[in-house]
Ligand binder design. Structure first.
Ligand code: SAM
Length: 245
């Protein structure tokens, strides 16, 4: 058994930075999720972020910052959400905890990550979470998934144009993708815009924020799907990363 570690409870920091704070039940679920990840890490080698404060900031706070910093999302609507390349469940699991009306699909191409996520959904009794094993390039062409999602989340999966090629085909027209990035410059935007337009998307907003505990820089890139993505996208497995748009 791992010795249980407690997450630092600092509601005022959540409130100051995100204008939101977890309620008691959500807070208990965060702690339960942390326990599951520490336990799962022994078998699955899931994440190097295990220190309580690091976990709080880099997994929980960061996952939710992407949602809380835009006012275009409605937490009480029945959105269908896809977390692409979710790994140990970020940002998808904190999203499912905080937005019980949303249905969150956790997609990853690695079986051991999906096996772990199945156990977490059960342990946390998260009925609005689902897992999906596979590649986003395949899912984006599958008619059960293409154009079926209101929101796509994608963190630490690849460069921006790759993330756009993975996420935009999955979105309904009018849907939103949130790219979780570290540093982001105006040159990055200039370079990104042509591929985004090619995929049917537009850049709606960029939010830059300093993380509250370690003062890292985070950028959340909000993409709106304004036109259908051409049927030639996503390209075959591996091509988006080998030949980014
Ligand atoms: N999003 C998580 C996070 O930020 O903690 C995990 C990031 S991890 C660096 C990238 C994950 O994306 C891995 O679990 C990998 O298996 C998955 N992945 C990479 N490319 C993928 C693809 N094309 N389709 C589905 N999963 C993919």
């Amino acid at each position: 058994m791992t010795e249980l570690l407690s997450l630092p409870h600092t509601p005022e920091i959540w409130q100051q930075t995100l204008n939101w704070q977890p309620n008691e039940q959500q807070w208990q679920q965060f702690q339960h999720l942390y326990d599951c990840v520490l336990e799962g890490n022994k078998r699955f080698n899931l994440t190097r972020i295990t220190d309580p404060l690091d976990f709080l900031e880099k997994h929980l706070w960061d996952s939710l910052a992407g949602l809380m910093l835009t006012d275009t999302l409605k937490r009480d609507e029945a959105y269908k959400v896809m977390d692409i390349g979710t790994g140990a469940g970020f940002p998808g699991l904190p999203t499912a905890i905080v937005c019980p009306e949303w249905t969150v699909t956790l997609l990853d191409s690695t079986r051991k990550k999906i096996d772990f996520l199945v156990t977490v959904l059960q342990a946390l009794a998260l009925r609005n979470g689902k897992t999906l094993l596979g590649r986003s390039e395949v899912m984006g062409r599958d008619r059960r998934n293409r154009e079926k999602f209101d929101l796509a989340l994608i963190r630490a999966v690849g460069e921006a144009s790759v993330c756009a090629e993975y996420s935009l085909p999955l979105l309904k027209l009018g849907g939103l993708a949130i790219l979780y990035r570290g540093h982001w410059t105006e040159e990055d935007t200039e370079k990104f815009l042509p591929s985004l337009a090619e995929l049917g998307g537009t850049l709606e907003q960029i939010k830059t924020i300093e993380t509250p505990w370690s003062q890292g820089i985070r950028n959340f890139i909000y993409l709106r799907k304004i036109q259908p993505t051409p049927s030639s996208y996503p390209r075959a497995t591996g091509i988006p990363t080998q030949k980014p748009l």
